[in-house]
Structures are given as C-alpha cells and as structure tokens.
Design a protein around this ligand. Sequence first.
Ligand code: NAD
Ligand code: ZN
Length: 345
Amino acid sequence: MRAVVFEEFKTFPTIKDVERPKPRAGEVLLKVAGAGACHSDVAIYNDFEAGGPGAVPPPFTLGHENSGWVEELGEGVEGFNVGDAYLVYGPIGCGHCKACSRGQDTYCENAAKMPYLGVGLGRDGGMAEYVSVPARNLVPLGDADPVAAAPLADAALTPYHAIKQALPHLAGGGKYALVIGLGGLGQIAVQILKALTGATVIATDMKEDAMRKAEEAGAVTVSGGEGQAQRIRDITGGRGVDAAFDFVGVGPTVQTAAASMARLSRLTVVGIAGGTLEWSFFTNPYESVVTNTYWGTIEDLHEVVDMYKAGQIVPEVHRFSMDEALDAYRKLQAGEISGRAVMVP
Ligand code: NAD
Ligand code: ZN
C-alpha cells in the first residue's frame, strides 16, 4: 500500500510503497477514510531536531488525525463489525497509569518508556491506505461522514480540551474569549466557543479570508499589527478578555494575547512555535493564568463527536488524493490551506 512517510528530520516527506500493517493483539486494522494534515506534522518533519524538544524520531507514516472503516480484528478483539466507521484517538500511553486510566494518554506517566507518542507520532499513522490502532483508541462515528470527521481527532479535540479547561473563566454573562490563529484548529475553536459559552468571541488572523470565515461563525474580528492588544481591550470596554487561546504560539502572538488579558483570566498557548513571555508581579493582571495544553482525552473526543453529530462542529474539509498528499503539506506549509486538508486514499 502507499503511505506518506517521514524519513528524516528536516526533510520533506515522501510517498512510498510500504507493507500493509497486520493488526497485532488488541488492535484493529482500519481502511483509512480520511487523514488530516496538521501543522504539527510540519513541525515534525521541518522544524524539530533530533533529540530536541518535540522531536519524534523517524521513520514512520505521518497522520495523527484519522478516521476509517474496520477491516480486520487483531487477536483478542471483539465487539467491532467489519465496515463500521470509527475515529481514532491518536495518543497512546501505557494504558494503566493514573493519567491513562482517566483517558488522558497525552500525559501518560510512563511516556518516557513508551516507544512512540501515538498514531502518526512515532508509530505509523493514517496517511496511508490502512492503519492499525489499539481497539481502545476507537471512537464510533455511527452514520456520520467519516471523511469530514477526520479533523475532529486533533483540529477539534485540541481546542475542545483547551476550551473545556477554561470554561470556569467564561461562565456568566459579559465574558470575552480571544482566538488567535484561524486555521485548522482556530476555526473550530470559534465554533466550540459559540456552542459552549455565551462569551463574545474575538478572533484574529493574518489572512483576511480566515477572518471572514470566523465572522460567519459568529466572531468579532480584529486586524493585526501595531495597537492590536489595545483594539482587543477596547472591544471589552477596557477590561480585557477572560480567556485567550493562541493557536499560533510565536512571540508576537503570545505577547499580544498576554497584553489582552483581564484579571482572573486564563491564556492557553496551543501553537507550538516556541514564543516566550516575560512575567513580573506588577506587569501581569492579578490572578491571571498562562498555560499550555497538549491534545485531549478520549472522553473529550467522544464529546467532540457528539457535537459534530449535533451540527455544532462543522470542519471545513478540503480533500486531497494520495497522489496529492504532498501538495497538501506544501500548501499547508505555505499558508495556502483554509480549514483542513484531508487525504482521502
Ligand atoms: P494552520 O496552519 O491550519 O493554521 C494556522 C493559522 O494561523 C493560519 O490561519 C495562519 O494564517 C495563522 N497565523 C500564522 N501566523 C500568525 C500570526 N503571527 N498572527 C496571526 N495569525 C497567524 O495550523 P493548525 O493545524 O491549526 O495548528 C495551529 C498550531 O497549533 C500549530 O502550531 C500546531 O503545531 C499546533 N498544534 C498544537 C496542538 C497541541 O496539542 N498543543 C495540537 C495540534 C496543533
Ligand atoms: Zn500511562
């Protein structure tokens, strides 16, 4: 079968013929319906260095945002019907520590001893015709369209988890949320904020068309550049935002987000671009929190699928064939994808 393989650090992936995986004990082989191209993949093959932060050693097939139909069951697996559609929860922890027990494989306490971080992250992912995954990582899609659902596994799960942790800051009337970076994750973040909170959603991106889409989803947009934090504060009547989500994560965006915060607020940096912030007692709003998040829990993913089925999350999907998969990554890297590119083999 053909697969998009990450072979070496700082090297663009290639399409290769690889052996079709056999499901091992406890695993299910899926015929891939869709595999989303996430900006983190670009970091994996283009930015990270061997042994450095974030580095996932090659070689492996990319694709950590996957959906598919059950093709074959590994030893000991029961309760799945061939042909049924599932979404894949990508993170894979040890499965028995405290974090994994609550479905939060992302924060597995034994991660250092694991041979990989997840599907498409150190172990072969879904940018292929077939992918084998642990049965416990499958979330049923029922009748929902599995191709359009593929981005849910990260582009919706990650903002959902970040927003869920910030909900106490957005409860009640007159609250403001800020979303920076309106790509794959950010557009869905706006939808989730609108569905789960009554907050005014303020959104920004460098791209005009991304801002127009966020407006269509109910956000108020703010242009970038000089004075942006002040323009954001003005919308809030000077008070600042109660929760901010940075889906870019470079220095200028985390600094703008920090400068837009109200007292008692929460800034979640989701973008992995490595931007830094200064902190001091007198320059930061009282009791404001700055944090990061990594992906989400499998329980979160079930809830995301419920929101998708209810029409509250509608990923904007652009389909690419296997032949076009490398183009999808080139375009993503060049900032030419709006919504999510999904490889449909
Ligand atoms: P994307 O390429 O689809 O979207 C990025 C968006 O940010 C684009 O619309 C782009 O125009 C905009 N942008 C870029 N620089 C900007 C700036 N300086 N100011 C305003 N807007 C700017 O990317 P994505 O797949 O949505 O991923 C977003 C980020 O989140 C990436 O850093 C990715 O690696 C990261 N990520 C993190 C997690 C996690 O668990 N923490 C999970 C998935 C993705
Ligand atoms: Zn664990």
